[in-house]
Design a protein. Structure first.
Length: 324
């Protein structure tokens, strides 16, 4: 009888302890500082959008949200760290198309984007814009392609890293236009942009937030955008698809977290982030930087990432693209 009583007591204590731990693990907002990890250098498109969103998110939850830039390997380093990091809801990752759906087909990245990272909500979407310095003398996409054909292997283009959307856009143009331009990877949009402005690289498939101020000042010439339709903020710039039908390399950033994060916490973050992304002030601010807020459910984002992962994997295999 004493043994049974001891067993029951032990079971109750264990159950209460587990319940307490579970409740503590699902505190919202987390009692520890909230970090929004960005896999690229400060000043680039991901960083700009993340800071706009983090500011309003912090105001809404009554707790500061710190943006933590962890550039390296085209954003893969940050994704690997978050996949293996805290799963208590205190770390959010502003993930991107490259590490979530492209890079794993090129190289060993240390994580499985479909298994090790849990979807929360889509953040923003936007096309990249192919730009060149004003003094190159190149004014149109046709002139860029013609020069590349005259001088194969001599023109180069910057990207935010191997396997990034900018990298794939350049490789796709190489393939569809039958040209040979050289890929030059950087740790983010800001350093890539500086080398383009300094005429150390010929072209850049830039995100609008980093390129627009320099397009407006006349320092950069926009040749084409990489989506299927012309964005409202660049109505006079043609899409690559207008010359090469079917070309589409739209960029996006989405919120994810460690897959070990409890589902209730992920749902709470979805609700809070969707609220921020639907805020008129935030949407207008993002649009000024060339990005469109695109909140989704967790399920919708999960299906979207899986589709993108499959699409880019197929294209990479069929076209024998390289991360070099």
């Amino acid at each position: 009888m004493q043994r049974r009583s001891l067993f029951v007591a032990t079971t109750l204590v264990t159950g209460l302890s587990m319940a307490l731990c579970s409740a503590q693990a699902q505190d919202f907002p987390p009692k520890k500082p909230v970090t929004m990890v960005v896999g690229f250098a400060a000043g680039g498109s991901a960083d700009i959008a993340a800071r706009v969103i983090a500011k309003k998110l912090g105001e809404n939850i009554g707790q500061s949200v710190v943006v933590d830039n962890k550039p390296g390997a085209g954003g893969n380093l940050a994704h690997a760290q978050v996949a293996k990091g805290p799963a208590d809801g205190s770390v959010l990752l502003f993930g991107s198309i490259g590490p979530l759906s492209i890079s794993p087909h090129f190289m060993k990245v240390g994580y499985d984007p479909l298994k090790d990272l849990a979807p929360i909500t889509m953040g923003v979407t936007f096309p990249n814009v192919l730009v060149v310095p004003a003094d190159t003398g190149i004014k149109t996409l046709a002139e860029f392609v013609a020069k590349a054909k005259r001088e194969p292997g001599k023109l180069d283009f910057a990207s935010t890293g191997p396997g990034s959307a900018a990298h794939l856009a350049g490789e796709l143009l190489n393939d569809i236009a039958r040209i040979d331009t050289l890929h030059v990877p950087y740790k983010g949009g800001a350093p890539a942009l500086q080398d383009v402005l300094g005429n150390r690289v010929t072209a850049f498939y830039a995100a609008p937030p980093t390129a627009l101020p320099h397009i407006e000042s006349g320092k950069l010439i926009p040749l084409a955008t990489t989506g299927l339709t012309r964005p409202a903020y660049l109505p006079n710039v043609p899409t690559v698809a207008e010359t090469y039908p079917g070309f589409n390399a739209t960029n996006w950033y989405a919120f994810v977290a460690s897959a070990k994060t409890p589902a209730p916490l992920l749902e709470r973050w979805n609700a809070e982030l969707v609220k921020v992304l639907n805020n008129p002030e935030v949407r207008d601010n993002l649009l000024k930087h060339g990005q469109t807020a695109a909140p989704t459910s967790r399920e919708e984002l999960g299906k979207f990432i899986a589709t993108e992962y499959g699409k880019w994997g197929r294209i990479i295999r069929e076209r024998k693209l390289s991360a070099d």
